[in-house]
Design a protein around this ligand. Sequence first.
Ligand code: FAD
Ligand code: FES
Length: 331
Amino acid sequence: MHIITISNGKQFEARSDESLLDAASRGGVSLEHSCRTGRCSSCKCTVAEGSTRALHDELGLSDAERAAGWILSCVRSANSDVSLAIIDLGDVKTHPVRTVPCRIQSLEQLSDDVIKVLLRLPPSNDFAYHAGQYIEVIGRSGLRRSYSMANAPAANGQVELHIRQVPDGAMSQYWFEHAQANDLLRLNGPLGSFFLRNISGLDLVFLATGTGIAPVKAMLEALAGWEQDQRPRQVTVYWGGRKAAGLYCDLGALGVEYRFVPVLSRPDEDWRGARGHVQQALMADLPKLQETMIYACGSDAMIHGARAELTAAGLPEERFRSDAFVCSSAA
Ligand SMILES: Cc1cc2nc3c(=O)[nH]c(=O)nc-3n(C[C@H](O)[C@H](O)[C@H](O)COP(=O)(O)OP(=O)(O)OC[C@H]3O[C@@H](n4cnc5c(N)ncnc54)[C@H](O)[C@@H]3O)c2cc1C
Ligand code: FES
């Protein structure tokens, strides 16, 4: 076993055959992460001391980042005692990750290529999660794919998913051609650190593309139950797509006040709303970046672009939290 120390002095033990992220989780230390397959770069950090080994390709790092010594803790293990330049999520209580059976309650077509799936869990279940987190759905053949939960934890325990059809996608074929109410599946979760924390008094901005709106909807629903002194100063949602049809549902009233800005990158001529990318629409609104917290969810391209543009314009790096819907086949 090796001893891993993070910047605020917390320590955990790691075996040489497990990822630093898994070891941290086992040791009760929660680190920022999302995909857990080396693709999204949410778990990026540097090694201050000691030696590590890549368990899989670190696809989420650019050549420049690799050369500058960045690693991805979800696909790296320790070769020795290691000091990591990273801090944990602090006092946030995370919920245990479990695999539980579930059945499809209903399937609803939201647009040509997006469906809403409601999953029901056994009545005895106590599956708990933070709004914004995701689950892996495990099909009958063992195929697993990640999907963000689109609702805040509900009294009836049902979980809502928004699923986009990926052409020739293995799980897409199941959802769009075979899935039926009452089908038995399993889910594994909750996963990821994309949930609301430390936002009191800040301007909270959501940037979403496509089904990236799913966890945003869940977080807005959850915010409605927060104490006033924990809430952000204001909330704005920028939701981007190519065409108007890509903004496939009406978020409507969710119990919390928010400004909604639809953004299209390839709009028809009669479109009167914002044009371009979500981060451009945000910058056009002249945000006070020093007092802003960004939650960005959806395509990898949007997340990389938004992070680069907003931090270059003055957003502190730690105020950009993201969940990239990268391909979730195993690394
Ligand atoms: C943390 C996380 C949360 C996610 N949440 C959602 C969600 O809420 N709703 C949702 O619709 N999807 C979500 N995804 C994506 C989802 O998990 C699947 O990757 C996607 O639905 C494709 O699965 P598939 O089996 O249909 O396609 P696959 O058989 O896995 O892939 C088919 C082909 O498409 C490519 N491909 C697959 N996914 C992507 C992608 N995201 N971008 C570019 N190319 C891709 C593959 O490389 C392959 O060539 C999430 C992914 C992650 C990592
Ligand atoms: S790259 Fe490590 S969590 Fe996504």
